[in-house]
Ligand binder design. Structure first.
Ligand SMILES: Cc1cc2nc3c(=O)[nH]c(=O)nc-3n(C[C@H](O)[C@H](O)[C@H](O)COP(=O)(O)O)c2cc1C
Length: 245
């Protein structure tokens, strides 16, 4: 729960990133082969407001290959874990009618998904059954997404405190807004960062690889590249989140 007071302060300079607030996207589609220039990466990771958060990234081919591999292994480990898969499936909104009725969760919209639903190929049951077309399509859909990363970015905090988590969230939004300003697509890949037994291997790998030691936490990992920006993610109207005082 948070209590928010909005106070007008004309002495406060306007953050230039604010201009990107409505344009900002999480770009979840396959990225094109265009390389991200090191200078562009540097603009994403340059300290804006740090609050102890260290922003890093790489567009080096060896790093891209290693992190594609690591994030794909983590994605598969999550997908092959029955309890975690179920958790995602329960949050899926399959077809446009479900998305409109519940504008949150993981949206599977568009014509292809609608057809799959109409023909009975795409259901919560088939998605959750290894060996079905729907189960395989999940893999076929996400592999090119994860493997088309043209670079990666990450955020590391020195500890796992609540304050560090909030600082990381604020830093991520700034990175996301900055990416938007630069025309760069950015997409979080959180599977390897989950603190659960099924992901213990990838979690250790990513912390080792990014040199997050002595209690430091990799709070965000994302891929970057170039792709057309998608439509905004469906969301509940603001008023549904507010409680009158
Ligand atoms: C902490 C965090 C972790 C996320 N992890 C993932 C992820 O693993 N895979 C993914 O597709 N999107 C991930 N996202 C992106 C969300 O899906 C996306 O931000 C959300 O749908 C809101 O959409 P928008 O950023 O387009 O407004 C993550 C976002 C946050 C804030």
């Amino acid at each position: 729960m948070a209590s928010v007071r909005l106070i007008r302060n004309s002495a406060q300079p306007k953050d230039p990133l604010f201009a990107q607030a409505l344009a900002r996207r999480s770009a979840k589609d396959v990225y094109g082969p265009g390389a991200v220039a090191p200078a562009t990466l540097a603009q994403l990771t340059a300290p804006l407001v740090t609050d102890g958060v260290v922003a890093g990234g790489s567009v080096d081919p060896a790093s891209i290959a290693a992190l594609r591999q690591l994030s794909w292994e983590a994605w598969m480990a999550e997908y092959e874990n029955a309890a975690m898969r179920r958790e995602s499936i329960d949050l899926m909104r399959i077809g446009n009618a479900e998305i409109v009725a519940n504008p949150d969760g993981i949206e599977l919209g568009g014509i292809g998904m609608g057809l799959g639903k109409m023909t009975g190929l795409l259901t919560r049951q088939t998605l959750d059954t290894p060996g079905t077309t729907a189960f395989q399509q999940g893999i076929d859909m996400f592999m090119p997404i994860v493997q088309s990363a043209q670079g990666h970015v990450w955020l590391i905090t020195p500890d796992a405190s609540r304050a560090s988590q909030i600082a990381a969230g604020r830093r991520w939004v700034r990175m996301n807004l900055q990416a938007q300003a630069l025309g760069v697509a950015i997409h979080p890949l959180s599977q390897a960062l989950q603190e659960v037994k099924a992901l213990a291997g990838p979690y250790a790998d990513i912390h080792r690889r990014l040199d997050a030691t002595r209690g430091a936490v990799v709070q965000m990992l994302g891929r970057i590249g170039y792709a057309p920006f998608p439509a905004p993610t469906p969301r509940w109207p603001l008023k549904t989140h507010l409680v009158a005082a």
